[in-house]
Design a protein around this ligand. Sequence first.
Ligand code: ADP
Length: 452
Amino acid sequence: MLILVNTTPIFTTQRLIVDTKANELLKTANMVSASLSSLQSLDTERVNSVMAILDVAGDVRMMVTDHRGYVVYDNAAELPVTGRALVLSEVYAALDGMDAFRCAYRNRVFESVAAVPVMYNGELLGTVCFFDADADTAELLTGIQRYMGNITLGVLAICVILMIVFSALFSKRLQKLSKAIRTIREGKYEQQLEVGGHDEITELVEEFNDLSGRLQKTETLRRRFVSDASHELKTPLASIKLLADSIIQNPDMSIDDTRDFLGDISDEIARLTRITDHLLLLTKLDVELADSAREYLDLSDVVHRAARLLKPLADERGITVQVDTVPECIVEAAEDPIYQVVFNLAENAVKYNVDHGSVHILTYKSEGNVYCLVDDTGVGVPEAEMTRIFERFYRVDKARSRETGGTGLGLSIVKQTVEEYGGKVWAESRQPQGTRFVVSLPYRGAEVGLEE
Ligand code: ADP
């Protein structure tokens, strides 16, 4: 590139000089030729007489030949070649009736030759030749050449310096990044690097910060999950131990009391089983949801199935369950997980309801989504805890949740499943009492040939 920048102006200038020279010399040669054409033949005497009148610049050597190419006039002050044959391709071209010009840049001099024919009534009388050796213009060209060379060297030096500076900065930033990656490998996720600039490294640093942020978040969640899970598992285990110890330490315990204690132990074991089942389900959810075969299902059918199964539990407490659905609420999901979502919400609506309350489940389609609403007339959720209830093990009323056999994991399973299928779930307060849970999933009717 630099070579091109350097040589192009030189070549252009050189061509310009040659063109100008050709123009000038051929023009003057033609002018002389026109003056000589009035002579009927060219000999030294006649030509000298014409030349004496013409004012041709003295620093250009001029020769005139006759029709055979023999010099009849030479304006050289020293050693004129009059009488000799002028053996030059340009002269031969002129003797053939053509204008000829040649220019060469040699030893810092522009050497030009121009030859034109001298004609009289269509007959060739001879030729006019000009020889020019231009050192001044050549000097100018050499100056430009030198100047361009210096500029090129300067640019080259600046480029090298910039390259060294940039690569030093570049490698420094890369070193910082790789150091941070090493620290992450050691398990310290709280790495955030400074972002500056708009280049690829900046993009890399942003990606890195994003990744370490996510790792940090996942790690915090993991730790909290492990500690919550151990705590949740410890409580029933402690109860079992206490109950079992009581039986062992009281050999005189009545058979009825022993039965009661064993019944409590059995309840706690059932609770432990539920918690571990839910925990297993949650940990497997990521992989299983991604792996399980999805199909196009009608959410309304799933709602009816869940409501049917829940009826006995609702009847026990005089709770009415009303279902209103529209057909063709098509979603793309695996059936079991989506059934689990509806069932968990409906079960909660019964569990956290008042006796003789009501549950209303409805489905509808709107703006490219399918909605499932689960309304209850239950105890409600305080406004500040509306989003927290979806966290793992979070319960508004621990005692009530325990009483109803809750694990605090149902809603997190719901949230994880719905989000995996590209949907959303949230809770709202109802007036005068109760809670509404809303699930929205993308409508996939078009995929099975139904209307948008
Ligand atoms: P649990 O096993 O305790 O029911 P969930 O994750 O299903 O766990 O629910 C978390 C908490 O959210 C419950 O403990 C309860 O406090 C609250 N909750 C869930 N559904 C309802 C509801 N329909 N009405 C009132 N509170 C609810």
